[in-house]
Design a protein around this ligand. Structure first.
Ligand code: C2O
Length: 548
């Protein structure tokens, strides 16, 4: 492969959306940030220079980072953040992945504005496994725009224990589109030629919302998820959680009766319960067939989207995703399991500290979020450094393999107040085959949690509603062609089972990709020890690794 060099200057830029101008952190003054284009097998070298007053790190979301954990990016997990005026060179190789991923800041809520696409083309000369050759490839990156400072929003939530204010708009390629006030000029337009095929690289970089996406009068063919090929299937609507990516093929076929008509592409949240706590507005972009002038002068076709709480649609959609599983692209699913875990995943409450006023979900409480009753506390030394240098006292390897006590995870379960805090990890020997059942607890409304694992792709071998039953459910696991991905929606009131080989030495974060839940503690880490062979060991840290 070749080596691709980039420089990311993190700078403040004035950006106006919804008639509100904010000075936001950007990469090279762009919002969304620049696109990285690479091929499978290439090396990517990005020098990140911090020219803003806040700490910065960049995470290459979904990149496996085989043995290069120092370049993974989550602050205080694999590195100390890059301080003002400092820089750090991220250096990694794309191994066994093709499709779309994305990069984003990984400290506090900075990824609200610091994100951009990673396009991974197949190796030179290797065709796509689907029979059409796209005429054009277009990233479609979903985000959220806040009129207020996102850092102030999360700081206030952590202070008062209440849910944070929702964003003011969803965006497509940084633009809210014509359904928002003061926004018709800020509309992403995709000009297409009739009869041509397009590959849309969908990325959900939104902070806190899963999204439905659809294009009026056009069927989409899903071909890739999280940079792994899937068995192609047709759908009018895609569901995409924060942290997920999906490649879809689109054939440009204009309306027979009105070939210049404008077709809207829309996205809006999938959010299950708690009406009123979600931003349920809709972002629109435009599919345009001709030099059509002002969009209001032509008929406007609008797609149908499922209701905010359409869990049945979500479950059916997720079940359709299958690995391609061909000889060229095999699904190497762990068949046996060396270590199995049951993680109860969800929200709960903590009592309000005596000297504080709290506005949490019930009187004098604060929201918290946990896995197996542990709300993760960020350390002040990077976990990977502590692991590599054997620094004691940074973390403990006693993350529980199961929740404190079993209970009924459906319906109105008792409030989960039995939450403790700690920096707890699970230690794994190299190449352990791991199974994790992630059980949504349905406490405080029923929201699904897009769980993201760093450093690995996992296979989603099973999913279901209600309580996971270890005596029955494993019999139905798909070990043949389960979807391979890095982020999975743990259904509200249900569970998913994932498997992976711990073949990547280092420290790997796992967390809900709804940023507010991460902030409340829905996160943990895996420590994977070196294997015996030289090529099974974590590489030494780069000399410019930031210090805390
Ligand atoms: Cu895209 Cu740890 O996250």
């Amino acid at each position: 492969g070749t080596t691709r060099y980039y420089t990311f200057n993190v700078t403040i830029q004035n950006v106006t959306r919804l008639c509100t101008t904010r000075a936001i952190p950007t990469v090279n003054g762009k919002f969304p940030g620049p696109k990285i284009v690479t091929r499978e097998g290439d090396r990517v070298v990005v020098k990140v220079v911090n020219n803003v007053k806040d700490n910065v790190t960049i995470h290459w979301h979904g990149v496996r980072q085989l043995r290069t954990g120092w370049s993974d990016g989550p602050a205080y997990v694999t590195q100390c953040p890059i301080q003002t005026g400092q820089s750090f060179v991220y250096n990694f190789t794309i191994t066994g992945q093709r499709g779309t991923l994305f990069w984003h800041a990984h400290v506090s809520w900075m990824r609200a504005t610091l994100y951009g696409p990673i396009v991974i083309l197949p190796k030179r000369g290797v065709p796509y496994p689907f029979p059409v050759k796209p005429y054009k490839e277009v990233p479609i990156i979903f985000g959220e725009w806040f009129n207020a400072d996102p850092e102030a929003i999360i700081a206030q939530s952590l202070q008062t224990g209440a849910g944070p204010n929702v964003s003011d708009a969803f965006t497509i390629n940084g633009l809210p589109g014509p359904l928002y006030n003061c926004s018709s000029k800020d509309t992403f337009k995709l000009k297409v030629l009739p009869g041509k095929w397009y590959l849309l690289r969908l990325i959900n970089a939104a902070l806190n919302d899963e999204l439905f996406f659809s294009i009026a009068n056009h069927t989409l063919t899903v071909v890739d998820a999280d940079a792994a090929y899937v068995k192609p299937f047709h759908t009018d609507i895609v569901l995409i959680t924060p942290g997920q990516t999906t490649n879809v093929l689109l054939r440009a076929e204009p309306d027979a009766g009105c070939p210049a008509a404008t077709h809207l592409m829309l996205a809006r949240p999938y959010g299950t319960g708690q009406p009123g706590t979600f931003d349920n507005t809709t972002v629109a972009a435009v599919l345009e067939y001709a030099a059509a002038g002002h969009i209001k002068s032509l008929p406007l076709f609008r797609p149908w989207l499922p209701a905010l709480n359409d869990t049945a649609f979500a479950a059916n959609y997720s079940a359709r995703l299958r690995s391609l599983a061909t000889p060229e692209y095999p699904a190497s699913v762990p068949r046996g399991v060396d270590r199995s875990f049951f993680f109860a995943v969800g929200l709960g409450t903590n009592p309000c500290p005596a000297n504080q006023t709290c506005q949490g979900p019930t009187n004098r409480t604060m929201f918290t979020a946990s896995m197996n009753n542990v709300s993760f506390t960020m350390p002040t030394t990077a976990l990977l450094q502590a692991h590599y240098d054997n620094i004691a006292g940074v973390y403990t390897a006693d993350f529980p393999v199961a929740p404190l006590e079993p209970f009924n995870y459906t319906g109105t379960a008792p409030n989960n107040t039995n939450v403790s805090s700690g920096t707890k990890v699970v230690a794994l020997e190299y190449n352990t085959s791991v199974e994790v059942v992630l059980q949504g607890t349905s406490i405080l409304g029923a929201e699904s949690h897009p769980l993201h694992l760093h450093g690995f792709d996992f296979f989603v071998v099973g999913q279901g509603f209600g309580n996971y039953d270890s005596s029955k459910d494993p019999a139905n696991f798909n070990l043949v062609d389960p979807v391979q991905r890095n982020t999975v929606g743990v259904p509200s009131g249900g569970w998913v089972a994932i498997r992976f080989f711990a073949d990547n030495p280092g420290v790997w974060f796992m967390h809900c990709h709804l940023e507010v839940h991460t902030s409340w503690g829905l996160k943990m880490a895996w420590v994977v020890n070196d294997g015996p062979l030289p090529e099974q060991k974590l590489m030494p840290p780069p000399s410019d690794l930031p210090k805390c």
